[in-house]
Design a protein around this ligand. Structure first.
Ligand code: NAD
Ligand code: UFG
Length: 338
């Protein structure tokens, strides 16, 4: 299939591009590089051994997007493009709503005008809100989001569901990711946050190479095994493979399906830190800090639906995630811009 990846130069998009090529598909990227750079695409090309068609454009630019659809007969779209920093979304809500919602609306209009009706969307476990029980299952009603970023994901899910209701010939897959970490095992592509990382694994990686002197552990008084927050960390390559299968699934049906992509197991902050130290032979100095506002104690996925509908299960371990992250970090100490 010829598949458009909006935001395909980003962390998850670049890994998905590799897996799509290796499964015999033809990915085409559109990205405005607001949170990535063209070097990521060059690296993907090195891994797969051929050029990847790539357009530099903002997905909100309808004229530019229409031209891309005029030039390519797409079978499906994977919509990764979006701003994703939770804290930034609280400080800049209008920018987040404008970027994430407008890009989706423009994309959907252009798809409709070109008769492309299959879309896989990057949603997030954040749309569940703080559920009283784990694991999180797709049929649990959302308990609301705690920040504008989360609300954009919630609203985009509703926009896509609405389109399927209006036109049942559409095929929509809403993938709710848990916590993607890790990197491609080549060490060529990985997560490259600009500035101070917001998320745990990129922060650990920078402490590991001495760029930051310690990790703040946000709270050790949660009702969890060791008091620190528990999440469902999933290797980005497993996640990417889930997208390949989701595209096949979307091609074989119509309607709207929500699917969790997670491992089904929870890992605490300290467990992740200790595993990282053990497999990489490094020390990660930690300081216990106050809880981060908005954080929840525990979440992890029920991945049954992904197994049943996509035939997908996460294969990589926390050890793999730690090893691959460290490899990318040490080989690219300044990220792609180094
Ligand atoms: P990323 O920032 O690395 O990738 C997003 C890409 O979209 C970037 O390359 C950015 O330049 C591009 N982009 C943003 N707005 C654009 C626009 N208007 N036009 C064109 N390109 C645009 O993020 P990621 O971690 O790869 O995440 C991909 C998607 O998955 C995002 O939608 C994100 O919200 C979602 N998601 C990520 C996580 C996570 O923890 N990484 C968790 C759940 C959901
Ligand atoms: N944490 C620390 N120190 C840090 C960073 C994080 O102790 O410097 C802890 C957090 O308190 C939490 C855990 O590490 O317990 C994971 O935090 P992340 O920021 O890595 O991930 P979150 O689960 O908070 O956020 C992720 C995605 C968001 C998404 C959210 C809800 O990054 O995009 O899940 O699904 F909105």
């Amino acid at each position: 299939m010829k598949i458009l990846l909006t935001g395909g130069a980003g962390f998850i998009g670049s890994h998905t591009c590799v897996e799509l090529c290796q499964a015999g598909h033809e990915p085409v990227i559109v990205d405005n590089y607001v949170n990535s750079c063209s070097e990521a695409v060059r690296r993907v090309e090195r891994i797969v051994g051929h050029a990847i068609p790539c357009y530099e454009a903002d997905v909100r630019n309808k004229e530019a997007l229409s031209r891309i659809f005029d030039e390519n007969a797409f079978d499906a779209v994977i919509h990764f493009a979006g701003l994703k920093a939770v804290g930034e979304s609280v400080a800049q809500p209008l920018r987040y709503y404008r970027n994430n919602l407008d890009s989706t609306l423009t994309l959907m209009e252009v798809m409709q005008e070109h008769g492309v009706r299959r879309i896989v969307f990057s949603s997030s476990a954040t749309v569940y809100g703080n559920q009283p029980v784990v694991p999180y299952r797709e049929d649990m009603p959302s308990l609301g989001c705690t920040n504008p970023y989360g609300w954009t994901k919630f609203m985009i899910e509703k926009i896509l569901e609405g389109q399927v209701n209006a036109d049942p010939s559409w095929s929509v897959v809403l993938l709710r990711y848990f916590n993607p970490i890790g990197a491609h095992e080549s060490g060529l592509i990985g997560e490259d946050p600009s500035g101070l990382p917001n998320n745990l694994m990129p922060y650990i990686a920078k402490v590991a190479v001495g760029e930051l002197d310690h990790l703040n552990v946000f709270g050790n008084d949660y009702p969890t095994k060791d008091g620190t927050g528990v999440r469902d960390y999933i290797h980005v390559v497993d996640l990417a493979k889930g997208h390949v299968l989701a595209c096949g699934y979307a091609a074989g049906r119509t309607g709207c399906e929500i699917i969790n992509l997670g491992t089904g197991s929870g890992c605490s902050v300290l467990e992740l830190v200790h595993t990282f130290e053990r497999v990489n032979g490094v020390r990660i100095p930690c300081v216990i800090a106050p809880r981060r506002p908005g954080d929840i104690a525990v979440n992890y996925a029920d991945p049954t639906r992904a197994r049943e509908l996509l035939g997908w299960t996460a294969e990589k371990t926390i050890e793999d995630m730690c090893r691959d992250t460290y490899r990318f970090q040490t080989r690219n100490p300044k990220g792609y811009r180094g």
